[in-house]
Design a protein around this ligand. Structure first.
Ligand code: AMP
Length: 283
């Protein structure tokens, strides 16, 4: 399909367009993004397209999920390229609100999810998941999709959204989609554009270390030893490790000792220079 999607920034216009889709009996899917789209984002569209009649993709660099010293201002914005990429996909509508459309001056509400958003990225980025939950709740309420899809690349985010949707009884099915990687294993990310060529060459070590560590855990090695070795390997490879942890795959509760196969997730965040990379693998 090569028809250009309709681009809307006004929430009222979005509601109207969604109302028309619903009036036609269409099942609607939502792909929330911050833009600077790559094959990872496009895979979410492909994942959703067979499940629905119409795909809505939101593009919004959400200031509430960036900390004071983070990369909000430098985060890549490339609306025209993004729309061109989505035009090759089955996307009917792009919702690209301005900050003031989503957060007018008198905006006062924060959605804050509990235990699952603490630790990991919630630990190293205080307030991040409040910002994520707040914007995703608002996007879900604006679009009222039947299905919304999130990448396992942001595994904790996926579980935070699932928890929020359960707790608030938001009537939407949440789909998780697998991580899309470059040929050398690096998980695709809009932030990979920040890497220098030297850092880009070093970056695949993050996934390699996760995979090696998952292999050791599957063979019954002790979690603490595996994590210690992984942090040492990443540090030797030039990474500054934020966290490298073994967690329950369903709840993100911390695990220790040997872990039963099929129940755990290994999650990591580490910096190469000023670029923070995250990745995770199943155990
Ligand atoms: P972002 O634009 O970074 O907020 O990401 C928007 C959505 O795309 C989130 O659900 C991410 O988890 C997902 N995503 C980002 N990178 C990837 C990837 N490499 N593979 C799969 N999903 C991804």
């Amino acid at each position: 399909m090569t028809e250009s999607p309709t681009i809307l920034s006004d929430p009222a216009a979005l509601r109207e367009a969604i109302g028309q889709m619903r009036g036609r009996g269409q099942k609607i899917g939502l792909v929330p993004t911050m833009g600077a789209l790559h094959e990872g984002h496009l895979s979410l569209v492909d994942h959703l397209a067979p499940m629905v009649d119409a795909v809505v993709c939101s593009i919004f660099v959400n200031p509430k999920q960036f900390g004071a010293n983070e990369d909000l201002d430098s985060y890549p914005r490339q609306m025209e390229d993004d729309v061109a990429l989505l035009s090759d996909k089955k996307v009917q509508l792009v919702f690209a609100p301005r900050v003031e459309d989503m957060y007018p001056d008198d905006f006062q509400t924060t959605v804050s999810v509990g235990a699952v958003s603490t630790g990991l990225c919630g630990g190293s980025r205080p307030g991040h998941f409040d910002g994520v939950a707040t914007v995703v709740a608002k996007l879900l309420l604006l679009v009222l999709p039947d299905v919304a899809v999130f990448g396992e690349k942001d595994y904790q985010q996926l579980l935070v959204i699932r928890q929020m949707v359960r707790d608030l009884a938001i009537p939407v099915q949440i789909e998780g989609a697998p991580i899309i990687r470059a040929d050398d294993g690096l998980a695709l990310s809009s932030r990979n554009a920040y890497l220098t060529s030297g850092e880009r060459a070093a970056a695949p070590l993050l996934q390699q270390t996760l995979v090696n560590s998952a292999g050791r855990l599957k063979r019954g090695d002790d979690s603490a030893v595996v994590v210690r070795d992984a942090i040492a390997a990443l540090s030797a490879g030039g990474f500054d490790v934020d966290y490298f942890e073994v967690r329950d795959a369903g709840t993100l509760a911390p695990l220790s000792g040997p872990v039963p196969p099929g129940t755990a997730r290994l999650l990591a965040a580490a910096r190469l220079g000023s670029t923070r990379l995250i990745d995770n693998v199943a155990v």
